[in-house]
Design a protein around this ligand. Structure first.
Ligand code: GLP
Length: 244
């Protein structure tokens, strides 16, 4: 779906999420959201905060699982995705703290694999992700599933691609300060989500959007796996659609 601009697109995605939360509320059910970070979902979170403050949208039945976190990473670091999510969304809505899940960047190396298995088990015990929000990396990564990630990959510690680190180095104040690894939800759990909405804005994403939507399904472009998802939509602005 192509929108005139990212503001209109973000509002449409926020409305879909709000309707899902309310539908689940009416059935006394939890709403399991998979959430993303990066610059792309900022407008979405701003609109969800507005819907909470101005239209009374409650997040009390929302259970969230974030896609990824840098490793190692202190949760209170300005660079952490924990901090990002708190500042952009969680501090401003009535989600219960115990319902928020973000991969833990301060585990010891030995703890990571059991932690990742438990992260997935928690999602499974809740019946899976109802709606997964995604951005897309310039190389087609989703979460931090870089090129080469398999369609059945599990939640795990990954090495970040050079191109991903270069993109992130602007935030970290230099490549030498940019983490080399991260913990990411695997492609399998993303593909198992009942609904997936991938957002992308700007000319800079137009080539990878074309490759993901019209190219071959290949693990070189993990977002292309979504062509095989039963209910995935790419919500993009005009400039991101310019090569389609
Ligand atoms: C990071 C995140 C991804 C995100 C991507 C794109 O790598 N881990 O989840 O989709 O960046 O970032 P941006 O939205 O800033 O373009």
């Amino acid at each position: 779906v192509v929108f005139e601009d990212s503001i209109a697109a973000s509002k449409a995605v926020a409305n879909e999420i709000a309707e899902l939360i309310k539908l689940k509320q009416s059935k006394n059910e939890n709403c399991i959201l998979g959430l993303a970070t990066g610059s792309t979902p900022k407008g979405l979170y701003a609109e969800l905060v507005r819907l909470h403050k101005e239209e009374g949208l409650s997040f009390k039945n929302v259970i969230s699982f974030n896609l990824d976190e840098y490793y190692p990473m202190e949760p209170d670091s300005v660079y952490s995705y924990v901090r990002f999510m708190n500042e952009r969304l969680f501090n401003h809505v009535d989600i219960l703290p115990e319902n928020v899940h973000i991969p833990d960047g301060k585990l010891s190396k030995e703890e990571i694999s059991a932690y990742c298995n438990a992260y997935e088990a928690k999602i499974e015990a809740l019946g899976g992700i109802d709606l997964q929000v995604l951005g897309i990396g310039g190389n087609g990564h989703i979460g931090f599933n870089e090129s080469g990630s398999l369609q059945n990959s599990k939640t795990r510690l990954v090495a970040l691609d050079h191109i991903t680190r270069v993109a992130a180095s602007k935030d970290f104040g230099g490549l030498d300060k940019t983490p080399r690894t991260a913990i990411t939800l695997g492609v399998k759990k993303i593909m198992e989500a009942k609904r997936v909405v991938l957002m992308a804005w700007g000319e800079g994403k137009s080539n990878i959007i074309k490759a993901s939507v019209e190219g071959q399904v290949t693990n070189q472009v993990p977002a292309s796996f979504l062509q095989e998802h039963r209910n995935a939509t790419f919500v993009i602005d005009k400039s991101a659609s310019s090569k389609l």
